[in-house]
Design a binder for this molecule. Structure first.
Ligand code: FAD
Length: 193
């Protein structure tokens, strides 16, 4: 049993994993590595001047791993269902049981459809926290949008989903704020000059 099961390891899924794991939740990511990032070159991701999409992805994967998420590459989610305690994600091997589910499968919407999530036309219907009509199940990235298919938007969706899960778990609105002293504690005080 994990806290958050995340299906898809592109910018949306990995960002959800990053925020969840960084803030103390167990997060499991299942990913088949078909992310569009392998075809992209980023000039429009804020804070990144110019970077190959696969290089960006490798950095993000390292970041997620460093915070302790369980990232399972090459594992396909074949079905998702509701259980008494949350959700079960089936694979060809072991199933993953989780309290919350984040779908981050790019433009693929089949799992959301099978789970019974409401749709708005062709896209999965979500609120501003990316929660679907199925409580505790979130949908992110291209599956919730007819356009606006950009890495930074997917990453924002994943962050919103994870922060909403964290707010539910902690019983109050949760903000993932760090300050320079936090970095000093981890890396040692760094002089700017
Ligand atoms: C040619 C091209 C150029 C682009 N250029 C830019 C650009 O310059 N700037 C920009 O911001 N964006 C660009 N994009 C778009 C960008 O790549 C996407 O917006 C971004 O990758 C979407 O992220 P995501 O996490 O929503 O989905 P994805 O990155 O598509 O990730 C979805 C992941 O889910 C996995 N998955 C799917 N189903 C399952 C399943 N059942 N089980 C397990 N895993 C599953 C897939 O294999 C994939 O790894 C470009 C896209 C293309 C195609």
């Amino acid at each position: 049993m994990t806290d958050v099961a995340i299906v898809g390891g592109g910018p949306a899924g990995l960002t959800a994993a990053l925020f969840a794991a960084k803030n103390g939740l167990d997060a499991t990511v299942l990913d088949t590595d078909g992310t569009w990032m392998h075809k992209a070159h980023l000039f429009n991701y804020p804070g990144i001047g110019s970077q190959d999409g696969s290089v960006f992805l490798e950095t993000l994967r390292d970041q997620v791993d460093a915070f302790g998420a369980d990232r399972q590459q090459g594992v396909e989610a074949t079905a998702v269902t509701e259980t008494d305690d949350g959700f079960r994600v089936d694979t060809d091997d072991e199933a993953v049981e989780a309290s919350y589910l984040v779908l981050a499968t790019g433009a693929k919407r089949t799992l959301a459809e099978e789970l019974g999530c409401a749709f708005d036309g062709d896209v999965v219907d979500v609120d501003v926290t990316m929660e679907t009509s199925v409580e505790g199940a979130y949908a992110t990235g291209a599956m919730v949008r007819a356009e606006e298919w950009q890495a930074v938007i997917s990453a924002g969706d994943g962050a919103a989903a994870a922060l909403n899960v964290l707010s539910k778990e902690k019983g109050e609105h949760y903000h993932d704020f760090d300050v320079p002293a936090d970095a000093d504690e981890v890396f040692g005080a760094m002089a700017d000059e």
